[in-house]
Design a protein around this ligand. Sequence first.
Ligand code: ADE
Length: 226
Amino acid sequence: MRIDIITVEPDLIKSPFENSMMKRAIEKGLAEVHFHNLREYGIGNYRQVDDYQFGGGAGMVLMIKPISECIEKLLAERSYDEIIYMTPDAKTLNQATANTLSLKENILILTGHYKGVDQRVRDKYVTKEISIGDYVLTGGELAAAVLCDAVIRLIPGVLGDETSALTDSFQDNLLSPPVYTRPSEFDGMKVPEVLLSGNFPKIEEWRSEQAYKRTQEIRPDLLDDN
Ligand code: ADE
């Protein structure tokens, strides 16, 4: 998978890709990530990328011209399965979307800043808009890093244990059951007996019950979606 990210803050977004799982995925050649600094497409000596919004109001808007030049350059080199715009005014990212995107070959992600991008960018180029939650970040960079993490870890071969992504929370619209490791007793708190029993059908049954119970308590809305 190749991911291209357009941003005005390349240094802000790079570090998650230089550590942990995403770093390993890139080193293994399973994912390729390229950053494009929008400033390089800016207008005039000041490399201007934003301007006041028509109609008045606080906040700057990223202009269409620099973004269009950057996207057109990339489109001349390859086609993209999705051109994604990170914005709080969109549907919220969920596991189903991450699963779908993990099967794509080329993804282009545009991160907004200030008041966002000129609507014409969205109308002309963007095929999918994604929010990572109902709150406003300063820019789309951290949101893009979150999206990439959720997607890249699903690419086969990225995680050591092939099955572990399949048993994550949300893969079956349920939260994960509680997990424990050594010691089996700490400060009088004991690990549930069943987990030490070696009876794997019983352990599976217990985990399913716990996952369901936890979901019902914390996120009953997930059960409604089924
Ligand atoms: N940009 C600013 N806030 C955002 C959010 N919640 N999700 C995606 N992109 C954003």
